[in-house]
Write a protein that binds this ligand. Structure first.
Ligand code: BES
Ligand code: MN
Ligand code: ZN
Length: 489
């Protein structure tokens, strides 16, 4: 598994600046006010720092961006990053400044100077998140990454607030690794084993096998996996950090390790991206890892359905009727609308077994949500304004795009089947909403619930401020913050 960079916080030592080998970064506000460490850098470089800060190029920088000076005179360092960061930056700006430093690849050590003490932990998280690289299948020997040191006036205090942030980086990396992993390696067995390994951290992990799922009556989930040699599983992760015995909050994830579409097979072009169709399950797993590592004072249960959607002689056919655990029958018109079949059973199981205070499910559910929102926002569907608004607020603070979508009976009516209780599709138009209506049929009437369609946000073809191209880990930070806000507050 990919581990975040090693980050140290140490006491200010002005004599250590000149001889530092590697990269030096100075955080400077737009008004040019230099901290004592920055003033030392300015004296050593014979005013180069002050001139850089006074330049038009610096004035044109967005908060969190940097001007780079190569081989600065007076320093042993190869590069001096002059980072624009206001004295009271927003969380997003502080993370962005870290992201600017984390984007630079190489083995050079990094020394970071200046900046508002209260935001240094956020800078360190941004740095760690952007520094991620998925190298598991590169055979060239990996060179060790340079260590990172922040020089601050109160290292213990900064380190204490950076602790929970390190847990966040670990959770995000866990999610990204799972999403980036190809499907021949991340089988349902392998996925379950990686989750079971979290028991060592203190998380309670339980694996339900096909026999158990059959006994529970999960015909909708089992139908999806019947064409694959990989065994279908449900993994239940419980974190008991809150009041003993109090009802938990539930997170439920779609974990389709590969989605060929089944007999309703997908076109070849781009099908390789369907290795990411377990993104919902990966996000649930990443949040559980973060909660466990930072010992969250909350009871949270994470449930994931793990299954592979393949065409074969034993695969489910279009037109098949399956019976869900809830008892409702479903006519499978399109075997490529498999995520909702999986979620129908895992959502029902989560509610009946745990009677949670609320449920949030995550799924790379529809191409239609990408048509609607592109890759900038996750589609949020909910039956409960309070829970939905709390989530949207947490996502906004974390800078994770999320946009609420409508729901309604007219959409639900499209699911009417001639021969069963419902069909699994209801036409192309409004497809993401109809999928949400399908899920809502498996939510108990008064259960606060949100469905997050992350098909457009789980994996990106280009870099962002806080992630290289590929898996983003979207939602780990927002959900961790939501749990903090609504369960620990
Ligand atoms: N896993 C896909 C959705 C998806 C598409 C995720 C693109 C990520 C990127 C899902 O299982 C699917 O195939 N949905 C169908 C539903 C349709 C058959 C109603 C779709 O969106 O085309
Ligand atoms: Mn599909
Ligand atoms: Zn799918």
């Amino acid at each position: 598994m990919t581990t975040p960079a090693t980050i140290h916080f140490r006491e200010i030592d002005l004599d250590a600046v000149a001889p530092f080998m590697g990269r030096v970064a100075v955080l400077v506000p737009a008004n040019g006010a230099l901290s004592p460490t920055a003033r030392r850098v300015d004296r050593l470089t014979r005013g180069a720092l002050a001139r850089a800060v006074a330049s038009d190029a610096f004035a044109a920088l967005k908060p969190g961006d940097a001007l780079d000076l190569a081989f600065p005179v007076g320093l042993k360092a190869d590069t001096l990053h002059v980072v624009r960061l206001e004295a009271k930056p927003s969380v997003a700006e502080a993370r962005r400044a870290g992201g600017t430093l984390g984007r630079v690849k190489g083995t050079a050590a990094l020394l970071v100077l200046g900046g508002a003490q209260r935001q240094i932990a956020d800078v360190s998280l941004g740095l760690a998140l952007r520094d991620y690289a998925f190298t598991a299948h590169k055979t060239a020997v990996e060179k060790p990454r340079g260590e990172v040191t922040f020089m601050v006036s109160a290292p213990e205090a900064v380190a204490a607030s950076a602790g929970p942030m390190a847990a966040i980086a670990e959770g995000v990396f866990f999610t990204r690794d799972l999403v980036n992993e190809p499907a021949n390696i991340l089988t349902t067995d392998d996925f379950a084993a990686r989750l079971a390994a979290m028991q060592e951290l203190g998380l309670d992990v339980e694996i339900l096998e096909e026999g158990d799922l059959k006994a529970l009556g999960m015909g909708a989930l089992l139908g999806v996996g019947q064409g694959s040699d990989a065994p279908t599983k449900v993994v239940v992760m419980q974190w008991h950090g809150g009041t003993p015995g109090a009802a938990p909050f539930a997170l439920v994830g779609k974990g389709v390790t590969f989605d060929t579409g089944g007999i309703s097979i997908k076109p070849a072009g781009g099908m390789e991206d369907m290795t990411m169709d377990m993104g919902g399950a990966a996000t649930v797993a990443g949040v559980m890892r973060t909660l466990t590592m930072r010992k969250a004072k909350a009871n949270v249960v994470g449930l994931v359905g793990l299954v592979e959607n393949m065409p074969s002689g034993s695969a489910q056919r279009p037109g098949d009727v399956v019976k869900s655990m809830k008892g409702d029958t479903i006519e499978v018109i399109n075997t490529d609308a498999e995520g909702r079949l999986l979620l129908a059973d895992v959502l029902w199981y989560a509610q009946t077994r745990f009677n949670p205070t609320g449920v949030i499910n995550l799924a790379t559910l529809t191409g239609a949500i990408i048509v609607a929102l592109g890759h900038e926002n996750t589609g949020v569907f909910s039956n409960n304004d309070a829970l939905c608004n709390a989530f949207l607020k947490a996502a906004a603070t974390e800078g994770e795009g999320a946009w609420r979508m409508p729901m309604g009976d007219a959409y639900d009516a499209k699911l009417k089947s001639r021969i069963a209780d419902m069909m699994n599709v209801g036409g192309r138009d409004g497809g993401a909403i109809i999928a949400a209506q399908f899920l809502q049929r498996f939510i108990k009437p008064d259960m606060p619930w949100c469905h997050l369609d992350i098909a457009g946000t789980a994996l990106l073809k280009s870099d962002t401020d806080l992630a290289p191209k590929g898996a983003t880990g979207w939602g780990v930070r927002a959900l961790d913050r939501l749990i903090r806000d609504i369960c620990e507050g």
